[in-house]
Ligand binder design. Structure first.
Ligand SMILES: *[C@@H]1O[C@H](CO)[C@@H](O)[C@H](O)[C@H]1NC(C)=O
Ligand SMILES: *[C@@H]1O[C@H](CO)[C@@H](O)[C@H](O)[C@H]1NC(C)=O
Ligand SMILES: *[C@@H]1O[C@H](CO)[C@@H](O)[C@H](O)[C@H]1NC(C)=O
Ligand SMILES: CC(=O)N[C@H]1CO[C@H](CO)[C@@H](O)[C@@H]1O
Length: 402
């Protein structure tokens, strides 16, 4: 039946063939179901099949529900194959980066500047060293702009906070991994949405000047803009890019983030204007976040279904490819249960299979103060017990390291 559907689509001549890496099947997919010469349509799941490099197959697959209205009697050259078989033959990709958020320096979000060791803390070097030993090669180090520049965005740094932050970043990069300094500010400064794009640019020029010579730094313009004017999100991202490059930091990649908490699931509705961002170095990466609970907030241990991760990112995969962009899942997590584990696995397999556009992913989160937090990825160091997320997911996740 599936083969007759495919042959029917082909025989009508109404549909073009899919190009390299393009979608070629999936629930409600209305585009081509076959691929250009040299590419094979590989079933990934019911929502997504993709044209991957490879000889023309003797079997073609597509989702069971696709194109159910197209029928044909000319099914002669194709035969069916099971989804399981097709999945097993998927071309494995390779991530550039795979790692863990490092939380702590942004804690105490309403108390500024707060006290080190009371309201906030920097990540544990022993934990980072341990995770690097497990193979992880990127760490997103959260910090608070209110603590780094306590007076104004364009003002001078708090020297001690800057030193602790750069110590952490240098520790990571000296060990050969990549460090992402993450202003964990949601597009806000002391609770107010940043509207002064010039000041935002100056902040980034000043900040990037401190790190310009470190090519293993990956900049991040801000954590999770939300409920803001969409054009402002574009302008703030562009100001950050311009500010970083103006500091002479030209070798580093820059992670831009979107509105509505940078959600991958809604990227293709919410953040399409960010396609207009420009970088003279051409090193932008669109950082998206994706959790697998009912409202994508990462506040529940439950995952909606075993396929929810894939369902929530396939639109972003298509958006990145259609626009010639690169992406990274900068935050993801699931509870310590089998449904979540399957959902995480399937999402990561999807990202990895599409590593021409996805550069990698980072678990949310490590950090010394998470305690019994359901996603904690802190290993057993410094006298702490291993976190719930680390205990349950490390064996799985380390299989995805670059
Ligand atoms: C697929 O299309 C059917 C009707 O054609 C619709 O009921 C369903 O909601 C669609 N599913 C998705 C995921 O868009
Ligand atoms: C920086 O870290 C040191 C410990 O290494 C601590 O004593 C100091 O209070 C910290 N200062 C800030 C501002 O983080
Ligand atoms: C947008 O992304 C979602 C989530 O991945 C996907 O279900 C939907 O089909 C996409 N819509 C468009 C128009 O690409
Ligand atoms: C999903 C998640 O755990 N988000 C948390 C990230 O960390 C900040 C503080 O750093 C919390 O406010 C969020 O709830």
């Amino acid at each position: 039946m599936r083969s007759s559907i495919l042959a029917g689509a082909f025989a009508t001549g109404a549909l073009a063939q899919g190009g390299a890496w393009s979608q070629c099947g999936g629930n409600n997919w209305s585009g081509p179901f076959t691929c250009v010469s040299g590419y094979t349509c590989v079933y990934e799941n019911d929502w997504y099949s993709q044209c991957r490099p490879g000889a023309a197959p003797t079997t073609l697959t597509t989702s069971t529900t696709s194109r159910a209205t197209i029928t044909s009697t000319t099914a002669t050259t194709t035969s069916t194959t099971s989804s399981a078989t097709a999945s097993a033959t998927a071309v494995p990709g390779k991530f550039k980066w795979f790692g863990v958020n490092q939380s702590g320096a942004e804690f105490g979000e309403k108390i500024y500047p707060g006290t080190w060791g009371k309201e906030f803390i920097f990540p544990s070097k022993n934990a980072i060293q341990h995770l690097i030993g497990q193979g992880y090669n990127i760490f997103r180090v959260c910090f608070s702009m209110e603590r780094l520049v306590p007076n104004t965005l364009t003002g001078s740094f708090d020297a001690a906070y800057l030193r602790n932050l750069t110590d952490t970043l240098n520790y990571i990069t000296n060990a050969g991994a990549y460090a992402v300094p993450d202003p964990h500010n949601y597009g806000r400064y002391f609770g107010n949405v940043v509207t002064d794009t010039n000041a935002f640019k100056t902040f980034f020029t000043n900040f990037a000047s401190q790190l310009a010579s470190n090519s293993r730094v990956v900049f991040d313009t801000n954590n999770e803009y939300h409920t803001m004017d969409q054009n402002l999100v574009l302008q703030l991202n562009q100001a950050a890019i311009d500010g970083i490059r103006a500091a002479g930091a030209t070798s580093q990649h820059i992670l831009v983030e979107g509105n509505q908490w940078s959600g991958a699931w809604s990227w293709n509705i919410t953040n399409t204007n960010l396609v207009a961002l420009t970088d003279p170095q051409n090193k932008l990466i669109y950082q998206m976040h994706q959790y697998l609970d009912s409202d994508s907030s990462g506040t529940s241990e439950a995952c909606v279904s075993a396929d929810i991760g894939v369902q929530r990112v396939v639109g972003a995969t298509a958006w990145l490819r259609a626009n010639g962009k690169q992406g990274l899942i900068g935050e993801f997590a699931g509870g310590a249960n089998t449904q979540c584990k399957t959902a995480v696995t399937r999402m990561l397999d999807h990202l990895k299979a599409n590593s021409d556009v996805w550069q990698g992913a980072l678990w949310w989160a490590g950090g010394p103060w998470w305690g019994p937090y359901m996603y904690s990825f802190e290993p057993a160091v410094d006298g702490n017990a291993a976190g719930t997320g680390y205990s349950y997911y490390n064996d799985l996740l380390r299989g995805y390291v670059a």
